[in-house]
Design a protein around this ligand. Sequence first.
Ligand SMILES: [Mg+2]
Length: 414
Amino acid sequence: MTAAQRWILHADLDAFYASVEQRDHPELRGRPVVVGGQSGRGVVAAASYEARAFGIRSAMPGFRARELCPHAVFLPPNMAHYAAVSAEVHSIFERFTPEIEPLALDEAFLDVTGSLRLFADPLALASALKRAVLEATELRISVGVGPNKLVAKIACTLGKPDGLRIVPPEAVREFLAPLPVRRLPGVGPVLGERLHELGIHTCGELARAEPSVLARVAGNRASGLVALARGEDERPVVPNRIPKSYGEENTFEHDVIDRDRVTAALTAHAEAVARRLRRDDYRGSTITLKAKLARARGTRIARGPGGGREPFYPLVSRSRTLSTPTNDGQRIRDVAVALWDEAALGEPVRLLGVSVSKLEKGSGRQLELFPSARDRLGSTLDAITERFGRGAIGRAVDAPRKITPGRTHKRGDG
Ligand SMILES: [Mg+2]
């Protein structure tokens, strides 16, 4: 028996945060709009296509974006709003299939195999989905469809903006062959460089590579890489996975070593992470402190397109696993501060982050019969924050004033 042909769709809203701002503020339409990157060291969260024409890209430092386009409109991110719009888009996806795996606020995989009988073909389904999103939200979404996640995602990316690209199974090898190896998931700048040294530049070349030669640079990942280059990818679409971790981090305007400022930042992050855990009904056992040292140690190959080298700031991380999972900001904060003290770095840092992992559903293993006073305090804080915004309340210490929000919500390799 042969396995039924799968059809996987990858959907990705174009320049999502910037497009939402342009939709909501007509005076911004047609202008270069950058969300994020206000402070010198903050990074760009999203750039409108008008801003991209100046070379601005997401994850680029704010100062660089300003150099490229000083007259761009720089806006602070309004994550709560983008999350609400994202939920609206998700509910449109649900009209097409229940098999939805969200990857980010603006991105998801959909397994549409079971829905195809309602449409003439994959193209008709994908067009209907694009149209439905545009009609309901005035936002453009790019769509890629293929026999698996790998192909769907690459097809979506290549079609942007407002793309619609279908790659049937018989066209996969031909579709991938001319693409640079860096298009494949897991091929970062370092591995890409090593493959180039072997004379392997394209997916087609990688697909034909001698496994023993490849193993020299890719080790035990060699055979997996060849499979990807051939367009083989069996990963299923996994709806509503438990996220791997919740995290918050910030890059400081000026390097920080002062313990009070460190503590203030860790407190703000711990509270924000705890709030999101409570909102989604999770608790986590492992608390991780992340710090990026302010003094660069040499350079490394730059990430993203364009190449070149960039300063390398070592990342230090320290974790502790609690005996019972928590979603309490105070508890997370105390552990993060203890980890900071124990790390005794003795030198300034440019970035601090707190994350909580080893998550479980909050109600799944309720150890107490009644919610503790702390839990109730947590919900009260959430209610106030919901009403008056994030700056309205803080426990002992106020959030640092110059803070560039950066949140992580890891769902695994997706
Ligand atoms: Mg997007």
